[in-house]
Design a protein around this ligand. Structure first.
Ligand code: BGC
Length: 735
């Protein structure tokens, strides 16, 4: 009899979080049930008890977000959920419609790029931990995140979910997040492996890049997630890599992930990312998610059974896949007592707010207008539809049905109480749409409604002590499924900001976006600008606390803000969004600041940039070590009069490299909290990896002797200390 796929009974039982459905064939003494036994003993025992059909039930979806279980043995399905920003609402088993439940709210954590802007792996750990605790309450084994694809173009619709443009920063943040989440007994799923750096044609684009670029730029966050954080699962990407779909790609999965990095967990497909049974089986995929009609028709369901029966595939390969799924199932306590979770606690709310605060980046504060003194400011004009919009639900799979979300306007009102008069004018209305760039050109002239909104806002700004324009995008722009058409602010916001700033010199712009925006049309006219990203449930409170100085901003840009799209490497090479189905990464290593620095192109705001309400001084750089530096130290002190935190950043510049190298690369960073006049002696170990590059011919990292300048700075373009070290050693370090 053919396997039938979907087990409704299990869906109901385990959705309620019970693992206790017992039947007569369940034996308490089974080794797989014994939590004192080593993981692999339990896995092998369970594997040995499964029929072929039961095995198959573990390696493909049986609902939108689960596998089948084995009721006969009391083994539950594996439950998963999106994703990187919290536990997603429940989706109906057979459609993408919400299940319409009332118990599927969650805390919305700040989005990935905001998290990366904290430059603090402890914040990532906190985010992962919070999401892990909520996942336990919601009965999930695997959380589908973090997303660690590198920001190759500012236009990628999913930049907001990811961790910025630098592989080292993204790696550190991914490791913190995964360790935090997995500490709760919930598996992380690092995604989307690999080269899923745009949404345009994401299902069909064939990504082509050289090996050095792959190893130096795009793989490091995945590798760190696997080798350092021991992530339990990986999601393959939709796109092709060198002609083969990523979910069926033996080079990416079998060779790199499983062989070279020793990955023991499971590789699942993105939803509908599998295209053939043989491709998935032989390419190394372990779990096919999504459906091509009915779940039993999935490539890894009945077609796989048929292939096995015909002898096309080996039993060993099947057992390996099933063992990997069982490993995650058992490691996430599906068969024993799960740790107790918690949801939307005061602590979770505080965690969300703290991360949002730490991620806010002060881009400009020319006249020290910020922080605003709530005792001195009697009237405030809050302007901008984004000030009064909730974002957490948007963006598609990473959206959260939040218990609550505080927009900026509400945060400001709460913070001020009756201390000041606050007026609100929307100022602009971003039309709701799914972008189809060619089909929907921007209107050349604003409509009469748009002019009316703008006029009202300008009038309000004139009458107030201070104008706060909350400008930016929304999840029609920062979204899964499509890229942005350009880097511009939509809906006449450039014009609005210019007019408001002309009407009131005390104008602050708060940007809400998940990716870089073109600011050049008004930046010189506005004294103060913050980038607040999408801050989740507590976003508006975080904005208010930064505006009024309860919190001193300490976020730094995890991505360059170019002046204009034409300055970006992908524009220069016209390598995005691909031609003839191929996306050639012609810019190679020169992604983000590596491009702007190497090519001497001025950005609007550089990578690593972010101001503070206090000032930091750097002093006394010294490097220890003979043939190869081993330790670097310097002093960082708070030279202003407010408590604050500085992200000290270390870049390395090879002076006379024999091969092409980016001008400089981030090699270390640390967030240092200091009270006024306090000094910290920062001491950092120097790793050989500070100097190496990847050589595909040697399949390893080459240390080339020579001079290297070590730069210590407050951003990639604000270097405060530098010294040249002479590396005498040479060698090749294995990957
Ligand atoms: C997305 C994934 C997501 C999955 C499940 C896909 O379309 O690319 O990131 O985890 O859907 O919702």
């Amino acid at each position: 009899m053919k396997y039938r796929g979907f087990h409704c009974r299990w869906l109901v039982v385990f959705a309620l979080g019970s693992t206790q459905l017992l039947s007569s064939s369940i034996k308490a003494q089974d080794a797989f049930r014994d939590p004192t036994k080593p993981l692999d003993v339990r896995v092998n025992d369970l594997l040995s008890k499964l029929t072929l059909e039961e095995k198959i039930g573990f390696i493909h979806s049986a609902s939108k977000f689960s596998t089948a279980g084995v009721p006969r043995l009391g083994v539950p399905p594996l439950w998963m959920s999106d994703g990187p920003h919290g536990v997603r609402e429940e989706i109906g088993p057979d459609s993408w419609n919400p299940a319409g439940r009332t118990d599927d709210f969650a805390t919305a954590m700040p989005v990935g790029i905001c998290l990366a802007a904290t430059w603090d792996p402890e914040m990532a750990r906190l985010s992962g931990l919070t999401i892990g605790q909520e996942a336990l309450v919601r009965g999930k084994n695997i959380m589908l995140g973090p997303g660690v694809n590198i920001m190759r173009t500012p236009l990628n619709g999913r930049n907001f979910e990811y961790l910025g443009e630098d592989p080292y920063l993204a790696s550190r943040m991914a490791v913190g997040f995964i360790e935090g989440e997995q500490s709760q007994g919930v598996a992380s799923c690092v995604k989307h492996y690999a080269g899923n750096d745009q949404e345009t044609k994401r299902n069909s684009i064939d990504v082509q890049m050289d090996d050095r670029t792959l190893h130096e730029i795009y793989l490091p966050p995945f590798k760190a997630a696997i080798k350092e954080a021991k992530a339990w699962s990986v999601m393959g990407a939709y796109n092709l890599f060198r002609g083969v779909h990523c979910c069926e790609n033996p080079f990416l999965i079998n060779q790199l992930l499983k062989h070279d990095w020793g990955f023991q967990g499971l590789v699942m497909s993105d939803w509908g990312g599998v295209h053939s049974t043989a491709g998935a089986v032989n390419g190394g995929l372990d779990l096919e998610m999504g459906t091509n009609g009915r779940y039993e028709r999935n490539f890894l369901a009945n077609p796989y059974i048929d292939g096995l029966k015909k002898g096309l595939f080996s039993q060993k390969a099947l057992d390996d896949k099933v063992a990997r799924v069982l490993r995650v199932l058992i490691a996430t306590h599906a068969l024993d007592t799960k740790p107790t979770g918690s949801i939307n606690t005061r602590q979770h709310q505080t965690n969300a707010r703290t991360i949002a605060e730490e991620g806010i980046v002060l881009l400009k504060n020319a006249t020290s207008l910020l922080p605003l003194d709530s005792g001195q400011v009697h009237s405030i004009a809050v302007i901008g539809s984004d000030a009064n919009t909730k974002f957490a639900y948007g963006g598609q799979s990473s959206g959260i049905k939040a218990f609550y979300e505080v927009p900026a306007l509400e945060g400001i009102l709460r913070r001020l109480g009756d201390k000041a008069t606050v007026t609100y004018s929307p100022g602009y209305a971003i039309p709701r749409r799914q972008w189809r760039p060619s089909a929907q050109p921007r209107p050349a002239t604003p409509s009469s409604d748009a002019i009316r909104l703008m006029d009202q806002a300008v009038e309000a700004a004139k009458r107030a002590d201070v104008a706060i324009v909350v400008a930016g995008l929304n999840h029609d722009y920062d979204t899964e499924g499509s890229d942005r058409p350009d880097m511009k602010l939509p809906a006449g916001q450039d014009e609005l900001i210019r007019r408001v700033a002309a009407a009131n010199p005390k104008t602050v712009v708060v940007l809400v976006s998940g990716s870089p925006i073109e600011l050049s049309r008004w930046i010189s006219a506005v004294p103060s600008v913050l980038e607040a990203w999408y801050g989740g449930s507590e976003g508006g409170n975080a904005v208010a606390r930064v505006l009024f100085g309860d919190v001193n901003p300490s976020g730094k840009l995890p991505c360059t803000f170019p002046i204009r799209d034409e300055d970006t490497p992908t524009s220069h090479f016209q390598s995005y969004p691909g031609a003839n189905g191929i996306e050639k990464y012609s810019e190679g290593l020169l992604v983000g600041y590596r491009w702007y620095d190497t090519k001497n192109i001025d950005p609007q705001f550089p990578f690593g940039f972010g101001l503070s309400y206090t000032r930091f001084a750097y002093d006394r750089l010294s490097v220890k070590g003979e043939d190869l530096p081993t330790e670097l130290s310097f002093d960082c002190s708070n030279a202003g009069n407010r408590d604050g935190a500085e992200v000290v950043q270390i870049y390395v510049h090879p002076v006379h490299p024999k091969v092409m190298r980016p001008d400089q690369e981030l090699k270390a960073f640390k967030k240092v909290a200091l009270i006024p006049n306090e000094k910290e002696a920062v001491v950092l170990p120097v790793e050989p990896s500070w100097f190496t590059y990847y050589d595909p011919a040697k399949e390893g990292w080459v240390l080339e002797p020579g001079d290297y300048e070590i730069r210590v700075g407050s951003s990639s373009r604000d270097i405060r200390l530098r010294t040249v070290v002479h590396v005498k050693q040479s060698g090749v370090y294995p990957d």
